[in-house]
Write a protein that binds this ligand. Structure first.
Ligand code: ATP
Length: 206
């Protein structure tokens, strides 16, 4: 690929909790593709984006932040726990701020045929509409529970509670352009390579 070229495609990687999104994205990164990790970036923006900070203070009151400006996570978690409407209002503030930030990040990338945005809720938030191609990472529920319990030291009940807030896997697979099976039976690297080549072919004709 010639140098100083702007990326031609925006690709989304999504999947349920513990499906292996980050693991898959690390393989794309090894191929030189820049990845925007939306969930981690959202946490940063909630303390650094002045408009978002103001919106969160308006929604939850000044207790939303601790002295020094860090987010009062336990307070916010308590406010949205069992309050779907409030959680939705928070998401309505955070998702557009992340979408704008991701867009600026994408525009700033050079010398890459495409970029990747990784997030757990790309379909649920409607942000998949702003992406050219979508990849869903699939893993069986039992394996996801086991992996997250090991990774986070969480209980099975906690993992299930997080899973139940997300769109069913079958729906995400149906909506995706590509599905990666991270079930311990299929090679992740060969699946990523195949999709990478398909995406390169698309950017060559774009
Ligand atoms: P979350 O939605 O919670 O951010 P995720 O979809 O990004 O999760 P990962 O963090 O990539 O999932 O994977 C969950 C855990 O399972 C991690 O500890 C990861 O190292 C492990 N894991 C993922 N895929 C595999 C695999 N193919 N073989 C072994 N371990 C794996």
């Amino acid at each position: 690929m010639s140098k100083n070229k702007k990326p031609k495609l925006k690709v989304g990687v999504t999947g349920g909790i513990g499906s292996g999104k980050t693991t898959v994205c690390e393989v794309f990164e090894a191929l030189g593709i820049p990845v925007y990790y939306a969930d981690g970036r959202a946490k940063q923006l909630m303390v650094s984006d002045p408009r978002l900070v103001a919106g969160i203070k308006e929604l939850f009151g000044p207790e939303a932040y601790l002295p020094g400006g860090t987010l009062n996570r336990p307070f916010i978690a308590g406010e949205v726990f069992n309050n779907g409407a409030k959680l939705q209002q928070l998401n309505r503030l955070v998702h557009p701020a992340v979408a704008e930030d991701a867009d600026r990040w994408h525009q700033a990338q050079e010398n890459t045929p495409y970029t990747i945005k990784e997030a757990a809720l790309l379909f649920e938030s409607g942000n998949s509409q702003h992406l050219n191609k979508m990849i869903t990472v699939f893993a069986p529920v039992e394996l996801r529970i086991q992996r997250v319990m090991e990774r986070d030291g969480a209980t099975k009940k906690e993992v299930l509670a997080r899973m139940h807030k997300q769109m069913p896997e079958e729906e995400k697979m149906r909506l995706a352009d590509y599905v990666i099976y991270n079930d311990g039976q299929h090679s992740l690297i060969s699946q990523v390579l195949e999709i990478h080549h398909a995406l390169l072919a698309l950017t060559e004709t774009a």
